[in-house]
Design a protein around this ligand. Structure first.
Ligand code: ADP
Ligand code: ZN
Ligand code: MG
Length: 477
């Protein structure tokens, strides 16, 4: 392609505080419409906002986790616009002097690790919801969401293709969830994204004219919308036309973007400092407490897993995907078993089971202790890898501990030579033709004998012992 795409994302994350950002109303999702409102969040005259300290703390956590400068003094501003779901006629946001600036995070791309700079993270309040599909004659407004705390995370235009945009968004979500400040659910709107994209000739350093795409409510949607928009812009430029700076809406059904408003129609938000709130001034000691309480973050955890458990980068990356998965893995390892073997079981059998049931690791029917026990049974040669899979299947059905399943079903592996020898002798005696061929040089027949012995022991023979015993018996005539 003769153009390079340039992408910057503006991401809104709903913070998981109990109460709203400027009043004591609950933020709980799913209540009957307009039951979680008060004079403050419905914009009655004469009321005053009071800032929720937890919302500030959550925003600061995200700033720290993305290496931002946390400004000890920031300010709130009014962003003025008219819409029925915004009862005050303005949104309290931050404009000049945002809470966090100049951070960055790293993403994994096909070309390796890349750094994406974050321009700013600021605090603001969410608007309500306008419902167009509840009443045939009118639109309805639900103000329960009004005043829910949000952070807006604005990236620099550092992303170069839709896959990178996806990876960046996924990384943001991962960090938000690790920090326990947002549930990261795009489908439910607790994580929302606007995507800005422009093209420029390869090698050009100045930025091209961008469009902004709204209405993206899934990771796939972000990728698909960007792909579509890049093609649309490329076709314009190829035809000698210009890209017009505008806001476009993604239509997921039709798989295309269409104009929402042009630059001329762009809102003038008439930002001005919020007169009802003092500048937000953060105490250095308070900031230090917040920093000290940060959990270990995904990158650091991945690196530690690589070193501490001698895992490859990929394994460590997968196992630190969520805090819950990482915790599960670590408690299985702590209960005993070779870390790499446990990593394999978690990533293949266990993950397969969870995917099939559509559940998360938190709801795993197999505890970390049970998985560790299973791995230790393999390592002690009590069961073979193949039998372990059978035991695993039984564990997920009944929740029974692996040791007791092995015991009850008589599945112990037969490793004892004196127990295996009669089996071997019987097989050789029953197949004189094959024995002769083997001795004539068709040593590939060893597999056949192993198979026969496995059948005779219902899979319980220790394969290494069995093979050795067969070789010895066949080689000595
Ligand atoms: P606006 O004035 O439209 O709000 P900003 O400069 O504030 O634009 O940037 C908003 C978002 O758009 C940021 O994420 C930024 O990285 C991105 N962006 C800015 N310019 C471009 C461009 N030319 N192409 C792609 N993305 C851009
Ligand atoms: Zn309220
Ligand atoms: Mg802007």
């Amino acid at each position: 392609m003769r153009y390079e795409a340039v992408i910057g994302l503006e991401v809104h994350a709903q913070l998981l505080t109990q109460s709203k950002i400027f009043c004591a109303c609950s933020t709980r999702f799913g209540a009957a419409a307009n039951t979680q409102t008060c004079p403050v969040c419905t914009g009655m005259p004469g009321v005053l906002p009071v800032l929720n300290e937890m919302a500030v703390e959550y925003a600061v956590r995200m700033g720290m986790a993305t290496a931002c400068t946390i400004r000890q003094r920031s300010r709130f501003a009014r962003k003025n616009y008219f819409y029925p779901d915004l009862p005050k006629g303005y949104q309290i946001s931050q404009f000049e002097e945002p809470l966090c600036t100049q951070g960055h995070l790293t993403i994994e791309t096909q070309a390796g690790e890349r750094t994406v700079r974050i321009e700013r993270i600021h605090l603001e309040e969410d608007a309500g919801k306008t419902l167009h599909d509840q009443d045939p004659d009118s639109s309805l407004v639900d103000l329960n969401r009004t005043g829910t705390p949000l952070i807006e995370i604005v990236s620099e235009p550092d992303l170069r293709d839709p896959l990178e945009a996806h990876a960046y968004l996924a990384k943001l979500k991962q960090i938000l969830v690790y920090l326990e400040i947002c549930d990261g659910n795009m489908e439910e709107g607790s994580l929302r994204c606007d995507a800005n994209v422009s093209l420029r000739p390869v090698g050009e350093s100045r930025l091209g004219t961008k469009t902004e795409i709204k209405n993206l409510n899934s990771f796939k949607g972000v990728e698909a919308a960007l792909r579509h928009e890049i093609e649309r812009q490329a076709a314009l430029l190829d035809g000698g036309e210009r890209v017009v700076q505008e806001t476009r809406l993604w239509d997921a059904q039709r798989g295309e973007t269409r104009v929402m408003r042009s630059k001329e129609e762009a809102h003038d938000y008439r930002y001005f400092p919020e007169p009802d709130l003092l500048p937000l001034v953060l105490d250095a000691a308070w900031l230090e407490r917040v920093r000290a309480a940060l959990p270990e973050l995904p990158d650091a955890k991945r690196e530690r897993f690589q070193v501490q458990y001698s895992l490859g980068r990929y394994d460590a990356h997968v196992l630190t995907g969520t805090q819950a998965l990482a915790d599960y893995y670590e408690s299985a390892v702590a209960a005993g078993g070779e870390p790499k073997r446990i990593a394999n079981w978690v990533q293949t059998e266990l993950q397969g089971l969870l995917n099939a049931r559509g559940i998360g690791i938190e709801a795993s029917p197999i505890s970390a202790a049970s998985l560790s026990e299973l791995v230790r049974l393999i390592e002690a040669d009590r069961i073979s890898g193949k039998m372990a899979k059978e035991v695993f299947a039984e564990m997920q059905r009944s929740g029974e501990a692996p040791g007791s399943i092995v015991e009850r079903r008589g599945m112990q592996q037969i490793s004892d030579r004196t127990a295996l020898l009669p089996v071997v002798q019987q097989i050789l005696a029953a197949n004189p033709g094959a024995v002769e061929k083997y001795r004539d040089g068709k040593t590939k027949l060893l597999g056949f004998f192993v198979g026969q012995a496995m059948k005779a022991t219902r899979g319980r023979a220790n394969p290494q012992e069995l093979e050795q015993l067969l070789r010895e018996s066949l080689d000595s005539s």
